[in-house]
Design a protein around this ligand. Structure first.
Ligand SMILES: Nc1ncnc2c1ncn2[C@@H]1O[C@H](COP(=O)(O)OP(=O)(O)O)[C@@H](O)[C@H]1O
Ligand SMILES: [Mg+2]
Length: 336
């Protein structure tokens, strides 16, 4: 659905050139949830903004359904922005308008619908995002999560085929983040809408994305299926984003290294997540397994686990455990 070809973008800041995008090539399929992750300044916002021509690249092309959008004129751009909805980190709502009026706004400015048609569409959207009871409230009366629901309803008003989300959950607490992500996934499935989202949080990628591209310094460091990137991250930036995710924050202070221990990171996905893997790895040996940190969860629909485990015991027992790991479907890395 979207093809990004050799995209370059440089900003001029005083005497300096800042290269924001370097030779970006990506393909995004119809109906998928595609994530773009990277640290602050990696070029994520610049990249997503080229997909609705809020930014124009210096060179390269962006094709949407085969049409190069980078050179579109004013009229054609208005049409494009109706087919491409966008959700922002800070919601960008009109504070003097009610919830219903905010959602109506993009319908009104097309000049294409009667008052009745617009009212019916606004009702539909209020239902979809669960804000029926709040239609006459003003943004200042809403929670962050409710504001973002308005932002999502507004972005969907004109039946776009593509939804762009720029850090849509970054201003929200973890629980609200999950409820907004569930809403996005429901919309993706119900409407078959393609979603491109950018985030600096691996948890967001893990929850709803099918595929992900990791941006670093304006370039794609790696890209692939989320499961593959979680199991076998190739790039240092990806590894650091993975270990920063909050599942890894707690627990470290409880841990005391044993002199005969080996610290190993285990990562696995699929049916294996339901198996007693630590028992299987240490069975009939004298090795012991101590969990240092861990998460057992899902990557979208796939069961997934990542554990930091210290195996301890005599040299033979440890060698046996590592042998079993080699022949298992568990990705592992001996850290110390
Ligand atoms: N309008 C601008 N003028 C100058 N530099 C910019 C502008 N917008 C972004 N940049 C720079 O381009 C780089 C990429 O920015 P951005 O796309 O916002 O990254 P991200 O969204 O990943 O944090 C950064 O170095 C940023 O400072
Ligand atoms: Mg940004």
């Amino acid at each position: 659905m979207i093809r990004i070809e050799q995209l370059h973008k440089t900003y001029r800041a005083g005497q300096r050139d800042i290269i924001a995008l370097r030779d970006i090539n990506l393909d995004i399929a119809q109906g998928e949830v595609f994530g773009i992750i990277g640290r602050s300044g990696a070029g994520k916002s610049t990249l997503i903004r080229t997909l609705n021509v809020l930014e124009r690249p210096d060179s390269g092309r962006v094709l949407i359904d085969g049409e190069d959008i980078t050179g579109l004129g004013h009229e054609a751009l208005l049409g494009l922005r109706q087919r491409v909805g966008m959700v922002f980190q800070h919601f960008n709502l009109l504070n003097a308008k009610t919830v219903a009026q905010n959602i109506d706004w993009p319908l009104k400015i097309t000049g294409r619908y009667s008052r009745e048609e617009r009212a019916a569409r606004v009702d539909e959207l209020l239902q979809l995002v669960g804000l029926d009871a709040h239609r006459d409230q003003y943004p200042s009366q809403l929670s962050g999560g409710q504001k973002q629901r308005v932002g999502i309803a507004r972005a969907l008003a004109n039946h776009p085929r593509l939804l762009l989300c720029d850090e849509a959950t970054s201003a929200l607490d973890p629980e609200t983040t999950q409820s907004i992500l569930r809403l996005l996934l429901e919309i993706n499935r119900k409407l078959g809408l393609t979603i491109v989202l950018i985030t600096h949080e691996m948890e967001v990628i893990r929850s709803i994305c099918d595929r992900v591209a990791v941006l670093d310094g304006g370039a794609v460091a790696e890209q692939g299926r989320v499961v593959d990137i979680f199991l076998r991250p190739q790039h240092a930036v990806t590894r650091s984003l993975l270990t920063q995710s909050h599942a890894w924050d707690a627990g470290e202070s409880l841990y005391q290294r044993r002199p005969d221990g080996k610290l190993v990171r285990l990562t696995y996905a699929g049916d294996i997540a339901a198996q007693p893997i630590l028992s299987q790895l240490t069975a009939a040996t004298s090795a012991l397994a101590t969990i240092v940190r861990g998460t057992v969860s899902r990557i979208k629909d796939t069961p997934y686990g990542q554990l930091l485990v210290e195996f301890s015991g005599d040299a033979d027992a440890l060698a046996q455990v590592l042998d079993r790991l080699q022949t298992s479907d568990i990705e592992h890395e001996v850290l110390a």
